[in-house]
Design a protein around this ligand. Structure first.
Ligand code: PFF
Length: 486
């Protein structure tokens, strides 16, 4: 079967940036920034992007392009007859499960586009917006319909393939997204009282920054760049062999970060200008912002534009999540793209139902004490994603080897890569340790160790020790497997 590829440099960038830029940038980044005190959090986030995000992105891009295979096939090719392909399977499963509830949130956004455009949202009294949001997400059938709609639209794009579906669509949607964002930014910063919001966003106040905030920045940098679930690897497999992967990865990272900051510039000046609070958590875009638009001249227009912006960002991400699964099913089971996409979409319809209903009729159905949505979210965000991230990083850095990654990144010496040394430190040590800390914290090990009487430094030292031991064991296995003398 002939493999589809990206057709142009711009198209590759649009698709990869489209994957990275999503609900994470426009919904989550602003609200976690709001909860963690603004600019100080942003500085930490930037550090995480450079030290952890960028090295892992390079590793994923190079694994994909080297093998020209899907996330499972790539591991099978580089480590034949070894269980590393399980890491690929974990990534593909993570993408599949995340997509089932990411589509649900995108569905809420789609329903808000309709509600904004028809003026319905604007007619809700500000103090009723919270209840209104509750009634939207808990109304059993309608959220299911919008979730299905998102999955169907995504499948319709993916079915046309990499060049004619994903690339073409991203090349249209990304510039539209940028134009809407700029228009909204201009609207927001020209409001009376906007400067307080800009100050909140750009003047660091470290007194609000907590350890939890730092971990959140690290976790979000990973999620925002679409790392750890085979996406960048799969997209990398469609990148032209002569393409400079370093500049591609840097451009995707810069675009992702800029868009997140621009979303902050849209949201906070407007929130402050209308005297509302920046720390309303997940409700920031569904509850706080509609109150802002209500008081604004031409509010219905700007509100519709705003939800359209989020809808576009979400769709370019859902297509990347679906592509990981479709590429894997197509290549590993040798079936054509059309059948694979239909099959994946149907399976997603089914899996999305429990999460979607867990905000309404199934709110009391609990598994291990959690609703379906909480369970899927916990499993993927706190366990699968960090474990997948560590495995892919360890594989690239320690098993396949930094030398091979660098060779692929530079197209065998065709391009320059000056910061090789820094990259090696990032991908070998900083990234796995960083992701390891997120993982250990998210499954509550730190808390348990502290409850056993260890100080937080002691607990951290113990965990680091275990990590070094595991690294040593992996290194020994690697030496034996590849008969390399280190
Ligand atoms: N990076 C996207 C965002 O920030 O919303 C979301 C995402 C897409 C996460 C794809 C993970 C992923 F694999």
């Amino acid at each position: 079967m002939k493999r589809d590829n990206f057709g142009s440099r711009m198209g590759t960038l649009a698709a990869a940036a489209g994957s990275a830029i999503g609900l994470g940038n426009i919904w989550k980044f602003p609200y976690i920034t709001g909860e963690n005190g603004g600019a100080a959090f942003i500085l930490v986030y930037l550090g995480c992007i450079i030290l952890v995000g960028l090295p892992v992105m390079l590793a994923e891009f190079s694994l994909g392009r080297k093998t020209q295979k899907n996330a499972v096939g790539a591991f099978k090719e580089l480590a034949p007859k070894k269980p590393w392909y399980l890491a690929g399977m974990l990534s593909v499963s993570t993408a599949f499960i995340i997509l089932s509830f990411y589509a649900m949130i995108a569905g809420w956004v789609f329903s808000y586009i309709v509600r904004a455009a028809t003026g319905q949202l604007n007619s809700v009294a500000p103090e009723k917006l919270n209840d209104y949001f509750g009634s939207v997400v808990s109304n059993g059938a309608l959220p299911v319909f919008f979730t299905f709609l998102v999955i169907a639209v995504t499948a319709l794009i993916v079915i046309f393939g990499v060049k004619n579906g994903i690339e073409k669509c991203s090349k249209i949607l990304m510039p539209v997204l940028l134009m809407i964002l700029v228009a909204l930014m201009i609207r927001s910063v020209t409001l009376d009282g906007a400067s307080k919001g800009l100050e909140f966003l750009f003047k660091p106040d470290f007194s609000h920054l907590t350890k939890k905030g730092i971990l959140e920045a690290l976790g979000h940098s990973f999620y925002s760049l679409s790392l750890g679930m085979g996406i960048i690897m799969t997209y990398g497999s469609y990148v032209n062999k002569e393409e400079n992967l370093l500049s591609l990865a840097v451009q995707v990272t810069v675009a992702d970060t800029l868009i997140a900051l621009m979303a902050g510039v849209v949201i906070f000046p407007a929130v402050f200008a209308y005297g509302l609070k920046p720390d309303q958590g997940a409700g920031l875009i569904f509850v706080t912002l509609p109150a802002v638009f209500k008081s604004m001249p031409f509010g219905v227009f700007f509100e519709t534009l705003f939800f359209l912006l989020i809808g576009i960002a979400a769709i370019t991400s859902t297509i990347s999540l679906m592509e990981v699964v479709v590429a894997c099913v197509t290549e590993q089971f040798k079936i054509n793209r059309k059948k694979a996409t239909l099959f994946v979409a149907l399976a997603l319809f089914a899996l999305s139902i429990p999460s979607t209903l867990s905000f309404g009729p199934w709110a009391n159905v609990k598994v291990f004490g959690k609703t379906f949505f909480d369970l899927f979210d916990f499993l993927t965000s706190n366990i699968f994603l960090p474990v997948g991230g560590i495995l892919v990083t360890v594989f690239a850095a320690w098993v396949w080897g930094v030398k091979n990654v660098v060779k692929e990144v530079t197209s065998d010496g065709l391009h320059e890569f000056k910061a090789k040394g820094l990259f090696a430190i990032g991908v070998k040590f900083v990234a796995p340790i960083g992701i390891g800390v997120i993982f250990i914290n998210s499954i509550g090990v730190m808390k348990k160790l502290q409850a056993m009487g260890l100080s937080s430094t002691g607990a951290f030292g113990l965990i680091l020790g275990v990590f070094v031991l595991i690294s040593f064991i992996i290194w020994r296995i690697k030496c034996r497997t590849y008969r390399i003398e280190e």
